[in-house]
Design a protein around this ligand. Structure first.
Ligand code: MRU
Length: 353
């Protein structure tokens, strides 16, 4: 069973969101309650809840939390507050488009129900947030179904960061492909890049795979080239935070290097992502906003300083892999291959998003 990384308890007026605090894993599995939109914004910013699809769900539930205390006389007042709250949530992290997609869905839902009283509107918004979560569950399963064909019995997969159950409402995107192939009885081994600076691979991906009984080996990021050269890797599968219309894909920093290494070694490189991760308004990856995070994440490791006082640090949290390095994008709507604008639009747009 996948972990329920984000959930809701109670009704729209007084309920709470419950998240697995991913900053504590793997030492501690703790579920914490989030009671306000500000707390949710902070949880997203600090990566207590993380991964593109999970951030989208967090934003939607954060909007429900924010509206709980709102007493509006009319729709215009209600919508003004909803806009303020969703803008605040949107300022948490800039790269994963799922957040902006989910927040816009919440606003659109309110606009479509402007004739309803505030109390009913709040119920409608909660229902929409839970619908976003449930749709994500289905998308994970569909990605797994479409992607499992790329893994053969006995294959070894390399992955970067965490695109598993902790990052989604169900069992992930990149890891959904692994989990589905495993369920089909294929013997699979995984190499997990540790994923500096925040170690999502070491802390989260290994934990998820070990919990599921899948053979996993942890490596430092700078070992990926070596294990490929040794012939240990059959394919690479990673997730994505935003995919432009031409198929360029932003994902955790380091992914671009892994893609180039895979290309050099003739190893297929797959991106797995739900349709909510596509941003067809952007022509190419250069337009994707890349989050820059606090330099302390690089100069310190879990509170311990590892570089001289005052050292200059650069800490981009994501990079963009150009479409030409991507063998295929595995989505809930089907497989995009070869990766180019025509095929992206065909698979994503023709199925309606
Ligand atoms: O900074 P993070 O941990 O939120 O980055 C997450 C990733 O880069 C994931 O690979 C991506 O969001 C896909 S999760 C299904």
């Amino acid at each position: 069973m996948p972990v329920s990384t984000i959930d809701w308890q109670g009704d729209a007026e007084s309920g709470v969101a419950r998240i697995v605090d991913q900053t504590l894993l793997p030492e501690e599995f703790r579920i914490v309650e989030i009671r306000t939109a500000e707390e949710m914004r902070d949880a997203v910013k600090r990566l207590r809840v993380r991964g593109a699809p999970a951030i989208g769900i967090a934003g939607a539930l954060g909007a429900v939390l924010g509206m709980q205390r709102v007493k509006a006389e009319n729709f215009d007042e209600f919508y003004e507050r909803l806009k303020e709250i969703t803008d605040c949530l949107a300022s948490s992290r800039p790269t994963a488009v799922n957040l902006f997609w989910a927040l816009e869905r919440m606003r659109k839902t309110a606009r479509a129900n402007k004739d309803k009283p505030a109390k009913e509107l709040k119920n409608i918004l909660l229902r929409e947030a839970l619908k976003i979560r449930d749709e994500d569950k289905r998308m994970c399963r569909d990605i797994g179904r479409h992607g499992a064909q790329f893994i053969n019995d006995g294959d070894t997969v390399l992955t970067h960061c965490n695109a598993g159950g902790l990052a989604t409402a169900d069992y992930g995107t990149a890891l959904a492909v692994v989990f589905t192939a495993h369920e089909q009885g294929k013997r699979i081994a995984v190499y997990a890049d540790e994923t500096r600076p925040l170690l999502q691979g070491a802390r989260l991906t290994t934990w998820e795979l070990m919990t599921a009984g899948i053979d996993v080996t942890l490596i430092c990021d700078n070992m990926a080239g070596r294990v490929m050269k040794e012939g240990k890797i059959g394919l690479v599968i990673v997730g994505a935070d935003r995919i432009a219309a031409n198929g360029d894909a932003a994902n955790k920093i380091g992914t671009y290097g892994v893609a180039i290494l895979a290309g050099e070694h003739g190893i297929p490189f797959y991106v797995a992502a739900p349709s909510s991760t596509f941003d067809l308004s952007l022509a190419g990856g250069d337009e994707i906003p890349i989050e820059e995070r606090d330099g302390r994440e690089v100069s310190h490791v879990f509170g311990r300083q590892i570089a001289p006082d005052g050292v200059k640090v650069y800490n981009p949290a994501f990079d963009v892999t150009p479409a030409e390095y991507i063998s295929a994008i595995i989505t809930d709507k089907g497989v995009i291959r070869p990766v180019n604008e025509e095929n992206v639009r065909k698979v994503i747009q023709e199925h309606g998003i």
